[in-house]
Design a binder for this molecule. Structure first.
Ligand code: BT5
Length: 275
């Protein structure tokens, strides 16, 4: 056992095995739970597989970035879904997972919100990141395409262990020890509920996302891939999960579907305008 995992309990595999609605597997160590579940998806594994680990050694972030976590100090989990939903609605999946995470940590007393599209923030610091990857089946095959929903949630990292200064953990926020198994069981229950809502009552999920968003209503700068940055007011989320931004310089609202968003301070009042 490495120094950092000393005194940190292992996940309770027996309890996880009885998580309603999911088939949970715990692997001692893996480069990436998303890579494990993607491989299983390509083999045709059915929806509902969940893979988690005590130690993820080469976690993947979005846009080829990395995700770091010390052993037993965080949750790295990936879930295999095969949504019977038109492909154009799949961009909502990361937002759906974000709703499940925020509802989980709020239930544990942590006042988190969602930065578009799916960073879970507490007081502006990142508690959790989400990476959803689409895995194609062999052409014409059943069961076809899958979505791998990967969630990295900082549970008991100490301030010294944070990989970046903009991160935080549940233990730092609460000042109390955190039971990773309990958090994971709660998360999987919220994920099942959010997944059902997304498939059957998308307006309900969209409303929940809107309530939990810390981006909608903010002034933002959106870094658009291959284009110049867009600065304006975030006014809402469209049916395809894109952030609607009303540009400062006027003109039509722009729907931002990819890229990074930075929260800005409110614009100064226009000269000669009302204060
Ligand atoms: C994400 O990417 O936030 C998605 C992270 C998804 C990780 C999960 S863990 C289970 C599953 N298996 C995987 O291999 N991945 C998924 P992005 O928005 O690109 O943010 C990445 C950036 O967050 C990095 O470049 C760092 O700046 C920062 N970062 C890295 N580790 C962090 C941590 N533990 N907590 C907070 N920020 C972190």
């Amino acid at each position: 056992m490495s120094d950092s995992s000393m005194g940190r309990p292992a996940l309770d595999q027996a309890r996880l095995a009885h998580t309603p609605g999911w088939r949970v597997e715990v692997v001692p160590e893996t480069p990436s739970t998303n890579a494990v579940v993607s491989a299983r998806a390509r083999e045709g594994t059915a929806e509902g597989l969940v893979v988690t680990t005590e130690h993820q050694t080469a976690g993947r972030g979005r846009l080829d970035r990395g995700w770091e976590m010390p052993p037993r100090a965080a949750i790295a989990v990936s879930v295999l879904l095969r949504p019977d939903v038109p492909a154009e609605r799949w961009p909502w999946l990361p937002l759906m997972a974000g709703v499940a995470v925020v509802e989980t940590v709020r239930e544990l007393g942590c006042d988190a919100g969602l930065k578009w599209p799916n960073d879970v923030l507490v007081h502006g610091r990142k508690l959790c990141g989400i990476l959803v990857e689409r895995v194609e089946g062999p052409a014409g095959s059943k069961p076809g395409a899958a979505a791998v929903v990967g969630i990295g949630l900082n549970t008991s990292l100490t301030a010294d262990e944070l990989p970046v200064p903009t991160a935080t953990s549940l233990a730092i926020e609460s000042g109390a020890p955190v039971d990773r198994t309990e958090v994971l069981v709660t998360l999987l229950a919220h994920l099942a509920t959010a997944y059902d809502a997304w498939r059957e009552r998308p307006d309900e999920l969209a409303a929940a996302y809107g309530r939990l968003s810390v981006t909608v209503g903010e002034r933002v700068r959106a870094e658009l891939p291959g284009r110049s940055a867009l600065v304006g007011q975030a006014t809402g989320i469209d049916p395809w999960g894109r952030l609607e931004v009303r540009p400062d310089q006027g003109g039509e609202s722009v729907a931002v579907g990819a890229g990074d968003v930075v929260h800005l301070r409110p614009a100064p009042p226009a000269e000669g305008g009302m204060t």
